[in-house]
Ligand binder design. Structure first.
Ligand SMILES: NC(=O)c1ccc[n+]([C@@H]2O[C@H](COP(=O)([O-])OP(=O)(O)OC[C@H]3O[C@@H](n4cnc5c(N)ncnc54)[C@H](O)[C@@H]3O)[C@@H](O)[C@H]2O)c1
Length: 325
């Protein structure tokens, strides 16, 4: 099968490599910045395309991978579905819940497969924690604390720094944790959030989110884009039979690279010191689904519900009141 990548920035490069590792061929690369489409296309002997709406209609593209800034995800998903292509879409699924609904409806109508890339479900540390919880190793879980963050990402044209586009750390970053909480503990009932969302004099964001899950579990999620450097992830799960903890700073391999020419990366993609990258595992899952071998670990409705959790948190931060989900 042949893949068309839309959005040739950090994730476009990453997913081109992961798709290739799964035996797929990158056939076309689309980006509004022509030089970026050309640079990625050159690595895979693919066709560079300036008009990504034309890319979705190409006969040599079977799968469209949407790796653009968040507000463009749904329009490309809808266009790709209408062109009869299967779709791999980066998280957050959409900038609004309505966009997610439109994308799901388009894929359903066209009978194409739509995968939303909530990669935390494939991180081996988080899978190990889930397995322990599912096996009852810590008994009945009462609360969960998680922490995720690092520097404020830049991205092409600094779109991450525009809260209207990225939704800041709450929508863009800790949506990973929101999805994982749902995956492990079921739906959330309500949310309360305090968020920094500072733009002047420096762009810094910090978000402290509390969910009450329908199961009764209380979950605290901290997200920060206010670090001077680096990226760190922590999680703690407490049950009446024990406690589980993970801290990426204590992981078996820790690497800190000196800044390369050209500056730090626009966005840090969390790494995992394991033989198969979780990003490749998510592609393997998606491809297995396309081949009819099994259902995917992430369904489009999961992508929508994660967006709803994040937007509920942002609404709470704005109003100062808890939001029912
Ligand atoms: N799963 C993860 O770990 C992870 C990590 C980083 C980013 N992301 C997500 O991936 C997506 C892309 O992030 P990124 O870090 O690659 O951003 P980026 O800024 O590095 O790349 C985005 C690319 O899209 C291009 N682009 C912008 N508007 C476009 C349009 N309308 N049509 C076609 N191309 C367009 C830009 O020119 C740029 O090359 C975001 O939704 C982000 O939230 C996920």
């Amino acid at each position: 099968m042949r893949v068309g990548i839309i959005g040739c920035g950090g994730m476009g490069y990453h997913h081109a490599r992961m798709a290739t590792n799964c035996g797929l061929r990158v056939a076309a690369c689309g980006d509004t910045v022509r030089s970026k489409a050309e640079a990625l296309a050159q690595e895979y002997s693919a066709e560079p395309v300036s008009d990504s709406l034309a890319l979705v209609r190409r006969n040599d593209v079977d799968i469209v991978a949407v790796c653009t800034p968040t507000p463009n995800h749904a329009p490309y998903v809808v266009a790709a579905a209408e062109a009869g292509k299967h779709i791999f879409c980066e998280k957050p699924f959409g900038r609004t819940v309505e966009q997610c609904r439109e994308a799901i409806a388009a894929a359903r109508k066209a009978k194409v497969k739509l995968f939303v890339a909530h990669v935390l479900r494939y991180f081996q540390e988080f899978e190990a924690i889930k397995a322990q919880i599912d096996a009852g190793k810590v008994g009945k879980v009462g609360f969960v604390k998680s922490y995720r963050g690092g520097v404020y990402p830049r991205g092409e044209a600094n779109w991450f720094r525009d809260y209207a586009q990225s939704g800041g750390v709450t929508l863009d970053c800790i949506i990973h944790d929101f999805d994982w909480l749902r995956y492990v503990f079921g739906d959330a009932e309500r949310v309360f959030c305090q968020a920094l969302q500072r733009s002047e004099p420096d762009v810094l964001d910090y978000s402290l989110v509390t969910f009450r899950m329908k199961s009764g579990v209380i979950a605290h999620v901290i997200g920060t884009w206010a670090h001077p450097s680096g990226f760190r992830v922590k999680v703690e799960v407490c049950g009446d039979g024990g406690m589980l903890q993970f801290d990426s700073a204590d992981a078996p391999i820790s690497s800190m690279m000196r800044e390369q020419a050209g500056g730090t990366p626009g966005m840090i993609i969390p790494s995992s010191p394991v033989p198969v990258s979780p990003y490749q595992l998510e592609w393997q899952d998606f491809v297995g689904w396309l081949e009819g071998k099994h259902p995917p670990r992430v369904k489009p409705e999961d992508g929508l519900k994660a967006v709803r959790m994040a937007l509920g948190a942002l609404e709470s931060a704005k109003t100062g009141r808890p939001v029912k989900l």
